[in-house]
Design a protein around this ligand. Structure first.
Ligand code: TYM
Length: 382
C-alpha cells in the first residue's frame, strides 16, 4: 500500500525537468516538411595552434562576414575532434588559447557570435552516441576524409572512424540550418543531413535540414603551395606547402617564392589546367578586398609568374599584418580568452540541454516518471 501511495505521489508531482510543450510529441509523430526553421549558422575548427591560409580563406573569413551581417552564429573550437589523433595535453591546451586569440583577431566578436569549446558542453558526446547508434559502419567507411587520414595507419583509432558522427552531433545539437565550411567538409555535411533525416523519420520532426555554405568557389579549396593537386593542410609534412597566419613576412615570401607553378610564364586563372598559378591568383583575389580573379589577371598582364609570386607575397603579408598584431595582443591576456570561452559555453549549453532533453524524450531515454506510460496505467487503476 505504501508503495502504491509513493507511486501515486511521484506520478502527480511535477517532474524535475519539464519538457516544453513543443517537445512532447511522441514517436508516431509525422515528419513535418513544411516546418519553417529559423536560420542558424554553426561551424567548427580544430585547435591546431595557428590557422593556415586555407582555414582562414575557406572558412573563418566567411564566419566573420556572416556574423557582421547580423546572422545567428555559433563557432566552436572542436577539441574532441583533435584527440582523434594523439595530442600532447599541454600543447593542446595552449593551442586552444591560441585558436581563440586567432579567431578574435580574424574578426570573430564574442558580443555578436557564440564562441565556445566543444568539450565544455557534454551534450555533444551524448548526441554523438545516439547518432552513432543510427548510422552504419558501411556509411562511415566510405567517407573520403576517413580513407585519406587512415591510409598509412596500421591501427585505426575508433574515434577517427566516429569523427563525422561527432561533427553531425555538433551541427544538429544547435538545430543548425547553415554550415560555412571548405569543400573538404561537404561529405560530412551530407552525412549530417542523412542522420538528421533518419532521426526525424524515426522519432518525429526534430532537426532542420542543414546546408553547407560555400559561396566563393576559389576559396573552397586553397591548394598546397608545393603540390597544387592537394589541398593546403597542416598535416602536410612539407613545411613550405602551407602558410600560417602567424608566419613572419620573410617566411611567407620564401614559401610563395617556392610555390610550384608550371612552364608557362603568363599569369592566367584556369584552375582545371593550371592549378599552381590559379591557386596563387585565388589567394591574391581573396586577400585583395573583393578584387575578382579576372581583374587580378588583367592587372598583372605582362609580368611573368616568377615576378607575380612577389606581388602575391606582398599582398598576403599586408593582409595578414594586422591579424598577426592582434593575435599577439590577445595572447597577452589569456584569462580574458578563457572568460570568453566560458561565456560562450553558457550560451551554447542552454540550447544544447534543450535539444538533448527533446532527443532523449523522443528516443525513450531517461527516467522521467511522467513519461512512463506503464506507470500511468497503474496509477489510473489505483
Ligand atoms: P578543420 O579544423 O580541418 O578546418 C576548419 C575549416 O577550414 C576549412 N579548410 C579549408 N578551406 C579551404 N581550403 C583548404 N585548404 C582548407 N583546409 C581546411 C575546412 O573545410 C573547415 O571549414 N571537421 C572539421 C571541424 C568541425 C566542424 C564541425 C565544421 C567539427 N565539427 C561542425 C563544421 C561544423 C574540421 O576538421 O575542420
Amino acid at each position: 500500500m505504501n508503495c502504491i501511495k509513493r507511486l501515486r505521489s511521484l506520478l502527480t508531482r511535477s517532474s524535475p525537468k519539464q519538457f516544453p510543450r513543443a517537445f512532447t510529441s511522441s514517436t508516431d509523430d509525422k515528419v513535418d516538411e513544411t516546418r519553417q526553421w529559423p536560420r542558424k549558422i554553426f561551424s567548427g575548427i580544430q585547435p591546431t595552434g595557428s590557422l593556415h591560409l586555407g582555414n582562414y580563406l575557406g572558412a573563418v573569413q566567411k564566419w566573420a562576414e556572416l556574423q557582421n551581417s547580423g546572422e545567428d552564429v555559433t563557432y566552436c573550437i572542436v577539441d574532441l575532434h583533435s584527440i582523434t589523433v594523439p595530442q600532447d595535453p599541454e600543447t593542446l591546451r595552449n593551442n586552444i588559447i591560441q585558436m581563440t586569440a586567432t579567431m578574435l583577431a580574424c574578426g570573430i566578436d564574442p558580443n555578436k557570435s557564440t564562441v565556445f569549446l566543444q568539450s565544455t558542453v557534454k551534450e555533444h558526446t551524448e548526441l554523438n552516441w545516439i547518432l552513432g547508434c543510427l548510422t552504419t559502419m558501411a556509411r562511415l567507411r566510405h567517407l573520403p576524409q576517413y580513407k585519406e587520414k587512415t591510409q598509412k595507419m596500421k591501427e585505426i583509432p575508433l574515434g577517427l572512424f566516429l569523427y563525422p558522427v561527432l561533427q553531425a552531433a555538433d551541427i544538429l545539437l544547435y538545430k543548425t540550418t547553415h554550415v560555412p565550411v571548405g569543400e573538404d567538409q561537404v561529405q560530412h555535411i551530407q552525412l549530417t543531413q542523412h542522420l538528421g533525416n533518419l532521426f526525424n523519420n524515426r522519432f518525429g520532426t526534430t532537426f532542420p535540414d542543414c546546408h553547407a555554405i560555400i559561396d566563393k568557389k576559389e576559396a573552397a579549396r586553397i591548394r598546397s603551395l608545393r603540390d597544387p593537386s592537394k589541398k593546403m593542410s597542416k598535416s602536410d609534412p612539407e613545411v613550405k606547402s602551407c602558410i600560417y597566419l602567424t608566419d613572419e613576412p620573410d617566411v611567407i615570401v620564401e614559401k610563395i617564392k617556392k610555390a610550384v607553378t608550371d612552364f608557362t610564364s603568363e599569369v592566367t586563372y584556369d584552375p582545371e589546367n593550371r592549378m599552381g598559378v590559379s591557386n596563387l591568383v585565388a589567394i591574391h583575389s581573396l586577400v585583395s578586398n573583393g578584387k575578382s580573379t579576372e581583374e587580378i589577371c588583367k592587372e598583372v598582364q605582362g609580368i611573368d609568374t616568377g615576378k607575380y609570386k612577389m606581388v602575391v607575397a606582398e599582398a598576403v603579408v599586408e593582409h595578414l599584418k594586422p591579424i598577426r598584431t592582434k593575435i599577439n595582443e590577445y595572447l597577452k591576456n589569456p584569462s580574458e580568452l578563457v572568460y570568453i570561452l566560458e561565456e560562450g559555453r553558457e550560451k551554447a549549453q542552454g540550447i544544447a540541454e534543450e535539444t538533448m532533453a527533446e532527443v532523449k524524450q523522443k528516443v525513450g531515454l531517461g527516467a522521467n516518471l511522467s513519461e512512463f506510460s506503464v506507470l500511468k496505467t497503474i496509477s489510473k487503476k489505483m
